[in-house]
Write a protein of this length. Structure first.
Length: 384
């Protein structure tokens, strides 16, 4: 761990603080239906528009950093996003239709540049540990965020937005000293453009497609699983315990696993992770017991630990230096697409045939694992 650059640790601390203070999306629907007195349908549409802003920011934001410098883009978009969020309590309701998607777009662009800066700070082929450190910091922050946000909501919704926005801007400014003063590289580099690079790497395109499928399954943890446990007569405490176990395992194991496997070929590890997520999801189809649900969560989380760090680092390793931001955005955008699809797709399947959802999740993940292994066989060994 001593070889990890200072910038990686600085950005990990920033991710921890940001994740601990990212309250808005957690409580947005409650805010809109409460103090803003919107009906649930209107609140859902506005929350969906905010999610769309995040998705578009992931897919397009890397280009800004690649062209203008990731340090500059991270700072500017974080500060702007923080200012917009801080102003939300004093903006008219009609203005939120524009400002909330804009804030999530800016936040996504900042996140893409953060990932690119982490990647560019370490040599190609040695990025799994750095990615795992960042993910562990984010997960630790997400453990603290909801209860802290609940305390703020009990005091004032206005305070929720102000604290979130101010901390977003302050953290961006504070981390400046540790960031390299990078120059734009896309304009100076004569390498291929994004689409030319992707056309030359069909295995990577297959991997990104598989990410959508697996994240659609993985995000059932936050959409249909609580409903499934409730319908089985289990208390909410079981659901919160499952999430706590998953977060604890990630914090405890993700960095050591990344270190242990950092010299192994990426595709088999990713495929194994996809398969474990599928097996864990399929296990929720069994009669719901405390022990069975815990075992399913452990298996599923083991798959997450294997695939998320490895897949993220592999995509970044595959990127030409002048396209690192755009590759980071492609991976994050693919993952976000799966997350956005998880609710409507999983909810529709569960409503029509609840007994089918979990086996279907297993099939989707096993299919994704098969796709990855098949594409790996057509990839030169040096790039796996």
């Amino acid at each position: 761990m001593r070889h990890v650059p200072r910038v990686v640790w600085a950005l990990a601390v920033a991710r921890f603080v940001s994740s601990s203070s990212s309250y808005v999306m957690l409580f947005l629907t409650l805010y809109l239906t409460g103090p803003r007195d919107l009906p649930i349908t209107g609140a859902g549409l506005l929350a969906g528009a905010s999610g769309l802003g995040f998705l578009v920011g992931n897919f397009t934001g890397g280009r800004w950093g690649d062209r203008h410098g990731h340090r500059r883009v991270l700072l500017s978009t974080s500060i702007l996003s923080g200012l917009v969020v801080t102003a939300v309590p004093w903006l008219p309701l009609a203005a939120l239709v524009v400002t909330l998607p804009c804030s999530t777009y800016l936040s996504a662009v900042a996140g893409v540049s953060t990932g690119a800066l982490v990647a560019l700070a370490v040599p190609r082929g040695d990025r799994r540990t750095s990615v795992a450190i960042g993910r562990a910091a984010s997960n630790a922050g997400f453990v603290l965020g909801p209860p802290l946000g609940a305390l703020l909501v009990a005091h004032s919704y206005d305070a929720l937005f102000v604290v979130d926005g101010v901390l977003t801007a302050v953290v961006a400014v504070a981390v400046t000293a540790a960031l390299p003063r990078d120059e734009p590289v896309a304009a100076a580099d004569g390498g291929p453009g994004l689409w030319s690079a992707l056309r030359a790497d069909r295995a990577l395109v297959t991997l990104l497609t598989a990410v959508v499928l697996v994240d659609l399954v993985y995000r059932q943890l936050y959409t249909t699983l609580p409903v499934h446990l409730h319908d089985a007569g289990r208390p909410v405490a079981l659901y919160t315990t499952l999430l706590a176990v998953g977060s604890g395992l990630i914090l405890l194991l993700e960095v050591p696993v990344a270190l242990a496997l950092r010299n192994r070929s990426a595709y088999p590890i990713i495929a194994a992770g996809y398969a474990l997520v599928g097996v864990g999801a399929a296990m929720f189809a069994l009669p719901v017991t405390v022990a069975g649900a815990l075992l399913a969560m452990v298996v599923l989380t083991g798959g997450e630990i294997l695939y998320k760090t490895t897949a993220t680092a592999h995509v970044l390793d595959s990127a030409p230096d002048h396209l690192v931001g755009q590759y980071q955005g492609l991976y994050t955008g693919a993952s976000t697409s799966g997350s956005l699809l998880a609710g409507p797709v999983g909810g529709a399947v569960y409503a029509l045939a609840p007994d089918v959802l979990w086996p279907l999740c297993g099939v989707l993940c096993l299919a994704a694992a098969g796709l990855v292994l098949s594409s790996a066989r057509r990839t030169p060994a040096a790039t796996r």
